[in-house]
Ligand binder design. Structure first.
Ligand SMILES: [Zn+2]
Length: 355
């Protein structure tokens, strides 16, 4: 994928005068480069970091990669050979590969660029179990060994006692997800879509039960309500009127609402933090969530994760012990999903295949 994209951009480069003469020259140079180094695109800044990494040999993949039941949980271990669904498809059913790769993408997106950051030879392992929810499965723990980053990312699902939703934490108890300051949502289950994940989708989706309150992020004016209800469902558009952006106006859209608070009328100024609506599943939506979209008045999309300040949450100290206990037991299960060590070999950075 990467190679193709680069070639395309090379072709686009204008060279109007010399074009005919240089075609021969370029071809000769390209052939030379190719002979010296069959995969020139591998030479990235990251490769030096990868030199000492031990990765699974490519050939006996079918022996290492697995999808099986271990200690009552299901474990999966796969070598990345391309996009995630494709990589998982080789060891499990098409539907399951699709569902599990969507769930793992929601976690990975916070650590790795899913379009450019995955490498052939990366390893993904997870402990998961079937659930009766729409997603059908739930990931309990996951590790992702990234050649690009030269490290293993770890994700553990944990629900601290007394809290409504489970959160995914890293091994140190820091939240995987980032949170928005001045967020329209105070409690929600998970962010299921951010701009980096689906570039054509224009907002951030917060999964939360119907009726969950939505708050005004900053002081602003209500611009419109309930347009194109067939697609947007009940919806609201506001313009922030604070001085935060040096006089530049920013619009925010809230879609698929269950209801809008009665005092939220066109033209009204609403204070920061005031409740404005409730999460719903109206319009083109398959599950209760808030679609939160921020943009310029002319409609140029702004990533809410750039507009807002962001932070990660630390697991409160009183939960640390039970979290670490659960993490250790999940680590033991993950270990059993591990491939046998005799297939390992040391791969030098230069030998790596870039997908
Ligand atoms: Zn959305």
């Amino acid at each position: 994928m990467r190679r193709r994209r680069r070639n395309r951009s090379k072709l686009r480069r204008p060279n109007p005068i010399m074009i005919v003469i240089s075609i021969g020259l370029v071809a000769a140079v390209a052939a030379l480069v190719f002979l010296r180094n069959p995969t020139p695109q591998q030479k990235s800044v990251e490769t030096s970091k990868n030199r000492a990494l031990v990765v699974q040999a490519q050939k006996p993949q079918s022996l290492q990669d697995s999808d099986r039941t271990t200690q009552g949980s299901q474990t999966l271990s796969a070598t990345v050979i391309g996009a995630l669904p494709h990589s998982l498809r080789r060891i499990t059913s098409r539907e399951k590969a699709k569902l599990l790769s969507a769930l793992s993408a929601r976690l990975l997106i916070w650590k790795v660029d899913l379009r450019r950051g995955l490498r052939r030879g990366d390893k993904i392992k997870m402990v998961y179990r079937p659930v009766s929810k729409q997603s059908k499965y739930q990931i309990e723990a996951m590790t992702y060994k990234s050649l690009k980053h030269g490290k293993i990312f770890r994700f553990y699902r944990f629900k601290p006692r007394g809290q409504k939703f489970a959160v995914y934490y890293d091994e140190k108890g820091r939240s995987v997800e980032q949170y928005l300051e001045d967020s329209p949502m105070r409690t929600y289950e998970q962010v299921t879509s951010i701009l980096k994940m689906r570039p054509k989708h224009k907002g951030v989706d917060f999964k939360a039960p119907q009726g969950t309150k939505i708050y005004m992020p900053w002081r602003g004016r209500v611009i419109s309500k309930n347009w194109n209800v067939r697609y947007n469902g009940y919806c609201l558009k506001v313009e922030f009127t604070n001085k935060r952006w040096r006089g530049n106006r920013v619009h925010a859209l809230f879609l698929h609402l269950h209801k809008i608070m009665p005092n939220i009328r066109r033209g009204r100024i609403i204070a920061a933090g005031a409740p404005i609506a409730e999460v719903g599943n109206t319009g083109r939506s398959t599950a209760a969530h808030l679609h939160y979209q921020t943009q310029t008045p002319r409609g140029r999309i702004i990533d809410p994760y750039r507009l807002h300040n962001t932070y990660r949450r630390n697991l409160p100290g009183r939960h640390a012990e039970s979290f670490q206990r659960q993490r250790r037991s999940l680590d033991r299960i993950l270990k059993q999903a591990k491939a046998s060590p005799h297939n390992n070999r040391v791969v030098r950075g230069d030998d790596q295949d870039d997908d």
